[in-house]
Design a protein around this ligand. Structure first.
Ligand code: MF3
Ligand code: CO
Length: 287
């Protein structure tokens, strides 16, 4: 692209002061053999604006769940809340029908790692921990975040797991900055989890998001510092490690084909932020 022309991203700035320097810097890293993002996954200002609107709805949905969740409630009720608040705001729950997923939200209790399917038979009990994972499609722009909820009084062990999981995500977020690497985020998370005697699930990770529910890159939470994809302004992806009390090994429900459970029956927790890499650092678009 010609240096004095308006940048392709629609920012209104000249290419030479907008994406020109970014693309040059990416090329230098590529020459060194590093994994670099395709230019196509860098979001434009217009796309970011629309993705943010989706994220506002996603956050409203999670806030509504946070207000209403309690012991005695079944997970199907959470599904109904998510479905209703999402559609009332003109959006579509992204999980519904995604690769055949039957519900509008994932609800994963205790030893369920992720992709739990809401069900009228799953009644929340005092002492449970649950991950509610909400994903929104608003006019073709996607957002995704999940939170952990403690139902009533939970055990000391469960409290510690939730505290460490939250710290892991925040330590990962602190490493999310331009010209770093996805592996920096992973290493911060894995190191803190292991220091606390926990393990991080290896084969299920985060993902790019924005124009589709799941985009490049795959985001590992166990890779070493300085490895994996280069972080570049305009990338949007999720930080969503799954932290297990015991072994990181898991198995998938044979009947529903979705739900992942810890192999040893130990507790698992997950918190998901959706993050934009900016020129200065990172911005959490949904949490
Ligand atoms: N929010 C989950 C993720 O982070 C969604 C999994 S796909 C679904 O990828 F169909 F189960 F929703
Ligand atoms: Co996700």
């Amino acid at each position: 692209m010609e240096r004095n022309k308006a940048c392709w991203c629609g920012s209104g700035k000249k290419y030479k002061i907008c994406h020109g320097p970014i693309e040059n810097r990416i090329k230098l890293h590529k020459k060194k053999g590093e994994i670099v993002p395709d230019i196509e996954i860098l979001k434009t200002p217009m796309q970011i604006e629309r993705i943010k609107k989706s994220a506002v709805i996603n956050t409203l949905v999670l806030d509504t769940v946070a207000e209403k969740i309690k012991a005695g409630m079944c997970t199907e009720e959470i599904n109904q809340i998510v479905h209703q608040v999402t559609t009332e705001n003109g959006a579509i729950p992204a999980p519904l029908g995604y690769e055949g997923f039957p519900k509008s939200v994932c609800t994963s209790i205790n030893n369920e790692i992720c992709h739990g399917i809401p069900d009228a038979a799953h009644i929340l009990q005092e002492g449970d921990i649950i991950n509610v994972d909400v994903s929104t499609n608003y006019e073709g722009y996607f957002s995704d975040a999940s939170r952990m909820f403690a139902i009533g009084e939970i055990s000391k062990e469960a409290q510690r797991l939730l505290k460490v999981t939250e710290a892991c995500v925040n330590l990962g977020l602190a490493q999310a900055k331009p010209w770093g690497y996805l592996g920096d985020i992973a290493d911060a998370i894995n190191t803190h989890a292991e220091a606390n005697g926990y393990s991080v699930v290896i084969d299920i990770g985060g993902h790019g998001i924005g124009l589709a529910f799941h985009e490049d890159p795959f985001v590992s939470y166990v890779s070493p510092k300085g490895t994996e994809m280069l972080l570049v302004p305009g990338m949007i992806f999720t930080i969503e490690p799954m932290i297990n009390e015991g072994t990181s090994d898991f198995f998938i429900d044979e009947d529903n084909g979705w739900t992942a459970y810890t192999k040893d029956g130990g507790l698992s927790a997950q918190i998901e932020y959706m993050v934009l890499i900016t020129n200065e650092g990172a911005e959490v678009l949904a949490r």
